[in-house]
Design a protein around this ligand. Structure first.
Ligand code: ADP
Ligand code: ASP
Ligand code: MG
Length: 408
């Protein structure tokens, strides 16, 4: 089947009945030229509210039951949107993730999509219906619902676009596209017309909430063209695509920050083979993602290892590390929560030396202390004190010229 398009609407786009009607009209219009598969998120802040509700019942909610609860948010949106589309005279059907053939693994609250069996979606499209799929959820091998991690509706949309060989995956949200920085923190942001998968992947990975990082990985792997645009404007947004030559001219294309990580250190770690594997193996076994690892030079056959973990995993990580530290004969576990990671990203870094030095100088000039540094080919991240976040992001945005007119 060809001429399929996937349209994904985020939570803010379906937050109220009025907004759902606007979305429905947009979908109905698009269905005149395409076979449309819509993916929707839970309305507004419902996912956050459900998490809060669960933690008022118990501080450690059972993950299977948590997924059962969280999946209800998206189910409200699909039913309401389908009602709205039908009331406009266009036939449509709502499907949960499991009904849509989305199979995921068994890791509750952050499952990965294993495969998509889209036969039901295709059958309904062939009947001329708009198919509305609940984002962020799938079915595991025990026939239980698992959710795909925060922001997971982006992943549902991109994976469906790939499975259905859609012409494009449109991500409709509350901003007009991908900007040079988060518009909530920086006033004079510029919208990017184009951004490469690699840049978007890095930006998403270091805190830019506009797209979920894993969705970009899938898009890159399967060549899905993503168009990030506003639900409430007809303007063209940002295309996320393969790298094109002109992209290299821009050294820094975006800036992101992340206040969701905490810094952890384990002191006096014996300097011998296999120790790092024990520390990080124990964290990996608990499904804790570790980022920015720094090991100090050994002194008298001991060293310190520092790294960051999501703040939500800090308690768990500390209790695991205390046990590991005992086993390997290391020292104390120290942690700090009021930190933020500030990152600059750009494909042009590959061909322009001195970018890291410039970033450090910009921060140093304003007395912002850098606690940790990590780099990739197209990204430099610094951990700073949380209170310096806004100042650091705005400074870097200005000094790297991102407030000037868009060159892409
Ligand atoms: P949705 O509910 O549609 O999935 P999200 O809240 O997940 O929307 O993502 C959109 C938000 O991402 C925007 O409101 C914006 O504040 C934030 N954001 C952060 N960084 C950027 C960026 N570089 N460009 C655009 N938006 C960004
Ligand atoms: N509702 C889920 C969340 O808030 C998924 C999504 O919005 O993409 O994380
Ligand atoms: Mg989102």
């Amino acid at each position: 089947m060809n001429n399929i398009i996937v349209m994904k609407f985020g939570g803010s786009s379906v937050a109220t009945p009025e907004k759902i009607k606007i979305v429905a009209a947009r979908v109905a219009k698009k269905s005149k030229s395409y076979k449309v598969v819509v993916v929707v998120s839970a309305p507004g802040d419902m996912t956050d509210d459900l998490i809060t509700k669960a933690t008022r019942i118990t501080l450690l909610p059972d993950p299977r039951e948590m997924d059962m609860l969280l999946a209800t948010g998206e189910m409200q949106s699909i039913a309401l949107l389908s009602m709205a589309i039908r009331s406009m005279g266009k036939d449509s059907i709502s499907l949960t993730g499991p009904q849509a053939g989305i199979h995921a693994d068994n890791v509750h609250t952050k499952a990965k999509i294993r495969k998509i069996m889209p036969q039901k979606i295709i059958k309904e499209l062939q009947k001329g219906k708009v198919v509305i799929v609940a984002g962020f959820q799938g079915l595991n091998s025990n026939d239980d619902i698992t959710t795909l991690g925060r922001g997971g509706s982006d992943l549902t949309a991109v994976a469906l676009a790939s499975a259905l060989k859609a012409v494009e995956c449109e991500i409709y949200t509350d901003v007009k596209g991908v900007y040079t920085a988060d518009p909530r923190l920086v006033k004079d942001v510029k919208k990017l017309d184009l951004i490469s998968y690699d840049e978007m992947l890095e930006l998403a990975g270091v805190g830019s909430q506009v797209m979920m990082a894993r969705s970009i990985e899938v898009a890159k792997k399967f060549n899905v063209i993503i168009h990030v645009r506003s639900s409430f404007s007809q303007e063209k947004g940002t295309l996320i695509t393969r790298e094109v030559p002109l992209m290299e001219d821009v050294v820094v294309s975006g800036i992101a920050y992340d206040k969701n990580e905490a810094k952890l250190s384990i002191t006096d770690v014996p300097d011998k083979p296999g120790i790092a594997a024990k520390i990080f193996g124990a964290l990996a076994n608990a499904n804790i993602n570790v980022d920015m690892i720094i090991q100090s030079a050994a002194r008298e056959r001991y060293n310190d290892i520092s790294f960051t973990v999501p703040k939500s995993e800090l308690k768990n990580a500390v209790s695991i590390l205390k046990k590991v530290s005992c086993n390997i004969g290391a020292g104390r576990i120290i942690y700090k929560e009021d930190v933020a990671k500030v990152s600059i990203v750009g494909i042009g870094m590959k061909s322009h030396p001195g970018v890291a030095a410039k970033m450090f100088a910009i921060l140093a000039n304003k007395k912002i202390n850098i606690e940790m540094i990590s780099t990739s080919e197209i990204k430099i991240s610094c951990v700073v004190s949380e209170k310096d976040t806004q100042k650091a992001v705005n400074l870097l945005h200005k000094e790297f010229g991102l407030n000037k007119s868009n060159t892409r």
